[in-house]
Design a protein around this ligand. Structure first.
Ligand code: EPZ
Length: 418
């Protein structure tokens, strides 16, 4: 079994470049189904989630390959609308294919994406939006079949600003007849990136980044070249790595605006941060102190995908903090592992009450999900002794060779076989 062995107590120094965004690349790769032709998409990170999406596209008849962070896809020969069950089960984000497949083929068969470690992952908002566009659904306990003779533009209200549902509806609506409005749309930067990708293809989408997105259906779209935005969650994770381990770090290829809430919180704790447009300098020299309450929320709120990593950091600050998780119903599975390393955390309903401690001690811990795994590595960077993190496949889903990135700035971390 692969594990990460992390030797704590070494401050970080140097600079590193952030790879392209997983959560921007995944819907963009799905959107290539909307038009036949040759695409090339740059700065796509080499992650297992990306590789699963490319396997699905190839299984549907596309010709996709991924070299040196560039994905080339030819979607001229897509012949199936039946997403393979084994691949669907490996990654929830395959749900992003529903909208584009419906728009391209008029039908799609998917398998309900599994829940995962961070909570129930419903798709009712995806179905609500696609039904509003004229899709009909039939399902058994094994699969969901979705069909539409013609997609017709509609006025769609989302009960919750779901990122995936917003993206699925946007993609389906680009080829619908008439105009679609999405009210209470998610506002994440990845949605703006998807709008830019679709408009480059010839779509007419406006309003991404606000809660109202308007899509005017067009007759056809074209294949294009594109470059994906940097991964804001990886950037935030590295900013917290320097905040936890100490030292000074320059983070390149980052859009500082996309992680403003994290910059504000870590500055309040005493971390020195300054930034230009696509570079952030982080320095943590002395002691850091707690902040009373952090609540996760839809963008531009504090991102739930940074909650576990922030908890590691707050566990090592002076004073008491509370984290309130409002997006997922069980995103605290990293707490047991942090407690095992000496962190003082109590869970009360959807709140984590943290009593900062001077240090953590190395231990053997599991990565329970993608971001919890990253939080374990951060804890290992600060802990006394060695921390062994297992289930590293979770981490490889969202971080490209994280051990090499951290080694390049002085961390003592190795990927070992046991
Ligand atoms: C996206 O997931 C991200 N994944 C997640 O990142 C991120 O945590 C999440 O948005 C929230 O920001 C990708 O972009 C690939 P949601 P998504 O639909 O689209 C409920 C990571 O670490 N909901 O905004 O699945 C849902 O149960 C991953 O990279 C419904 O109730 O998130 C959850 O509680 C983890 N019905 C909340 O909304 C629906 O139909 C947020 O889900 C859809 C969602």
């Amino acid at each position: 079994m692969e594990k990460f062995a992390v030797q704590g107590g070494r401050p970080l120094h140097g600079s590193l470049r952030i790879h392209g965004s997983k959560n921007a690349a995944l819907p963009i790769l799905a959107a290539t189904v909307l038009a036949e032709g040759q695409y090339s998409i740059q700065d796509v990170p080499h992650l297992t989630d990306i590789s699963v999406m490319l396997q699905i596209l190839n299984a549907l008849g596309a010709k996709a390959s991924h070299n040196n962070s560039v994905v080339t896809i030819d979607t001229s020969s897509l012949f199936s609308s039946h997403i393979p069950e084994d691949l669907m089960g490996q990654m929830r984000s395959s749900i992003f294919l529903m909208g584009p497949m419906l728009a391209r083929f008029g039908e799609v068969t998917i398998y309900p994406p599994g829940g995962c470690a961070i909570g129930e992952r419903k798709i009712d908002l995806h179905i609500h939006g696609l039904k509003a566009l004229g899709a009909h659904f039939s399902s058994t306990e094994n699969y969901i079949y979705c069909q539409a003779d013609r997609l017709i533009g509609a006025d769609i209200d989302l009960a919750f600003p779901s990122v995936g549902a917003t993206e699925n509806i946007m993609m389906a609506a680009t080829l619908a007849q008439g105009t679609t409005t999405i009210n209470n749309a998610a506002k994440e930067p990845e949605i703006v990136d998807l709008q830019n990708f679709l408009n480059r293809m010839g779509a007419k989408v406006q309003g991404a980044g606000t809660s109202k997105i308007i899509i005017e259906g067009v007759a056809r779209l074209d294949a294009i070249h594109y470059q994906v935005i940097p991964d804001r969650i990886v950037a935030g994770t590295m900013l917290l790595a320097a905040s936890v381990a100490g030292g000074s770090l320059t983070i390149e290829n980052v859009i500082a605006d996309h992680i403003k809430p994290l910059i504000e919180v870590t500055r309040q704790c005493g971390v020195e941060i300054d930034y230009a447009r696509d570079i952030i300098n982080v320095a943590r020299k002395g002691p850091v102190h707690a902040v009373p309450l952090i609540t996760t929320g839809p963008y531009p709120g504090f991102p739930t995908d940074m909650q576990a990593q922030l908890m590691t950091f707050l566990s090592l600050t002076r004073g008491s903090s509370i984290i309130r998780e409002t997006i997922f119903d069980s995103r605290y599975r990293h707490v047991d592992a942090l407690r095992k390393m000496g962190a003082k955390i109590e869970i009360m309903k959807n709140e984590a009450h943290i009593e900062g401690t001077a240090s953590l001690r190395g231990a053997e811990v599991d990565a329970t999900d993608l971001r919890a795994g990253a939080a374990m590595i951060l804890a290992g960077l600060a802990a006394e002794g060695t921390t062994l993190v297992s289930q590293v496949h979770h981490i490889d889903r969202g971080y490209e060779r994280i051990e090499e990135q951290l080694q390049s700035i002085g961390a003592c971390i190795k990927r070992i076989q046991t």
